[in-house]
Write a protein that binds this ligand. Structure first.
Ligand SMILES: [Zn+2]
Length: 598
């Protein structure tokens, strides 16, 4: 389908941000005015606490508007990369914002030149910008000369070129040919493969789709590798420029996460989760009667014959039921999301793949993108994205703009907790063995597979790549494929045959262009598993506690956030607990399979 053919009901209403494009451009003009005002009034004058605080409030206002303008134009682009006007406008808005950030880059540099006691006084007077100032003080040793900072800010928009190249290659240039199995022709596309064929029950079709998909993306392996190499080398260069000991320290700095926490997440899961997942692969092989278990078969669900379709209306009811424990206000938000068209669920040509949620600051709505195929897994994705919406609704209302820039480490916790609560709710609806196995299968096959396996393997791969660039090396398509294959081999051992094309998984996720995002999925899910256990046991009291932690936004570190929610992540206990939970779910699925007999 072309974007223009999509029914309005399946699209999101960006009118909730701005009524018209004109209104959005007016807002963009206002950002420019604020940037000019900041420059005229405060440049060279940020020497006392009062000026610093007043200037930062102006800067805060500028960022709030930028968040809305950028969302308005970029979200429009995400739904149709084929529309040249959308792409033009998104670029224009991005450039305008970059200009304003360049103009105001003196603010941070000048504040950092002020005496420490002046900054500390500003922290005391700061109100909504106090936390921002505290973080700035922490950054002080890594800030460059003001002119150097200006140059870097000016180059800001080019910094995202690798990601843009990746997206253009993947979403605009790549054209997939149809493929044929037993005389029948099937269409192929990026989203179609990832959202549909990977789950296809017909083994011949599923494997043929995998082969054709891999052959096509392989034609783009060099351009993709070169974009990716530019991206990781950029990180390394920035780490050196800013005086970090390693690229890892640089990437983990803003998150306030130690190297230990990062390494532990990857090492423990690679070792301790692998045996459980191999057992899961064997179970899939058995129930599907496959001679060999290949990489192209891993996304199969345990009982696809039992996989009921779900309509958008049913999804709303299920999700509202599953999340009722989060309180009336939370349920009201869910209904509002459907009623006010926060969700873009059409499947059209040129639309971004996967799912995400964006909640611009100061807008009483969130924007959720997904490709709806009426599967239970789509409903789970939707509950997931609504978790992000619920998180930012809480912290946007409670905190100033700067304190809503939540660390990646726990940004996925509120979303995955919703998946678990929904699964718990579904389990209580029906105690028949087949239904129970199907719910567990959804949890393992979607929630845990995606967050603990897919993203974890990416994280393990990514760590190897950054180790290479940290030593001054660079990476090419061949290296990347070899690293990926090794990681897969280490995790799956002999239980899964690594079909040709498996090694190209490094080309598939946008997450590789978002720092160390990948590893945080399992970190967030570790917190989510522990907290959802508490909520299912204690009900509303635990839910209120959780919402309180969400409201803290980025005023706390990941360790403090987890503690507020009642979880200690300074040791490996929570992680081992979560892995045990996953293991016991897989064991139960095996037992239920014995009972069911197929
Ligand atoms: Zn998410």
């Amino acid at each position: 389908m072309k974007r223009s053919e999509v029914p309005v009901v399946q699209t999101w209403d960006l009118g909730l941000i701005y009524k018209s494009r004109e209104e959005a451009w007016q807002s963009a003009e206002r950002i420019k005015e604020l940037a000019e005002k900041a420059e005229q009034v405060y440049r060279g004058k940020l020497k006392d606490a009062k000026s610093i605080v007043n200037c930062l409030h102006l800067y805060e206002q500028m960022h709030e508007l930028a968040s809305r303008v950028s969302a308005f134009f970029s979200l429009n682009q995400e739904t149709d990369y084929n529309n040249a006007e959308n792409v033009f406008n998104a670029n224009k808005a991005e450039n305008l914002i970059t200009d304003c950030l360049t103009k105001t880059s003196f603010i941070e540099s000048e504040i950092l030149e002020a005496e420490t006691n002046v900054i500390e006084e500003a922290v005391r007077q700061g109100g909504s910008v106090a936390c921002y100032l505290k973080k700035l003080l922490r950054k002080k040793p890594h800030i460059l000369h003001p002119e150097a900072e200006k140059v870097l800010a000016g180059l800001g928009s080019f910094m995202s070129t690798p990601y843009n190249v990746y997206n253009q290659a993947k979403l605009a240039d790549m054209r997939f040919d149809d493929f044929t199995v037993n005389g029948k022709t099937y269409p192929l596309g990026y989203a179609l493969f990832e959202d549909s064929y990977e789950y296809e029950q017909d083994t011949a079709v599923r494997r043929a789709a995998f082969r054709c998909f891999s052959d096509k993306i392989r034609q783009y392996e060099n351009v993709t590798a070169s974009a990716y190499n530019a991206y990781v080398c950029r990180d390394k260069r920035m780490a050196d420029l800013r005086g970090f000991d390693s690229v890892f320290d640089y990437l983990l700095f803003d998150e306030n996460v130690t190297r230990d926490l990062y390494d532990r997440q990857i090492d423990v899961i690679m070792e301790k989760l692998a045996p459980h997942m191999r057992k899961y692969a064997a179970l899939l092989q058995r129930v599907h009667g496959l001679d060999t278990m290949t990489y192209a078969d891993l996304k199969l669900s345990v009982d696809p014959g039992y996989d009921p379709k779900v309509t958008m209306e049913e999804a709303e009811q299920y999700i509202a039921g599953g999340l009722a424990v989060m309180g009336d206000d939370y349920v009201a938000m869910i209904h509002q999301a459907f009623r006010e068209r926060w969700i873009d669920y059409a499947t059209n040509d040129g639309k971004s793949t996967g799912g995400f949620c964006e909640t611009p600051y100061g807008v009483p709505a969130a924007f959720i993108l997904l490709s709806w195929q009426s599967r239970m897994s789509d409903m789970v994705t939707l509950a997931h994205e609504l978790g992000h919406a619920g998180h930012f609704r809480e912290c946007n209302a409670a905190q100033g703009y700067f304190d809503t820039l939540v660390p990646m480490y726990y940004v996925e916790a509120p979303s995955t907790i919703n998946e678990l609560l929904l699964a718990g709710y579904l389990e209580r609806q029906n105690s028949a063995p087949r239904f129970r196995r199907w719910v567990l299968g959804n949890m393992i096959g979607n929630t845990y597979y995606h967050n603990f396996v897919t993203h974890l393997l990416e994280a393990a791969y990514q760590r190897e790549v950054y180790r290479i660039v940290d030593k001054g090396g660079s990476v090419q398509a061949e290296t990347l494929s070899a690293i990926y294959r090794d990681v897969l081999k280490q995790f799956w051992g002999e239980s899964v045959e690594l079909t040709d094309g498996a090694e190209l998984t490094w080309m598939r996720q946008p997450h590789y262009y978002m720092g160390l995002y990948s590893y945080t999925y399992s970190a967030g899910l570790t917190i989510a598993t522990e907290v959802s256990g508490q909520i299912l046991k204690e009900g509303e009291r635990a839910a209120e506690n959780w919402k309180k932690a969400l409201r803290a936004g980025s005023t706390v570190t990941p360790v403090e956030f987890a503690r507020m929610a009642g979880v200690d992540i300074t040791t490996d206990r929570a992680l081992l607990d979560t892995i045990e939970t996953i293991g016991s779910m897989i064991d139960e699925m095996c037992t239920l399979t014995e009972e069911i007999g197929f």
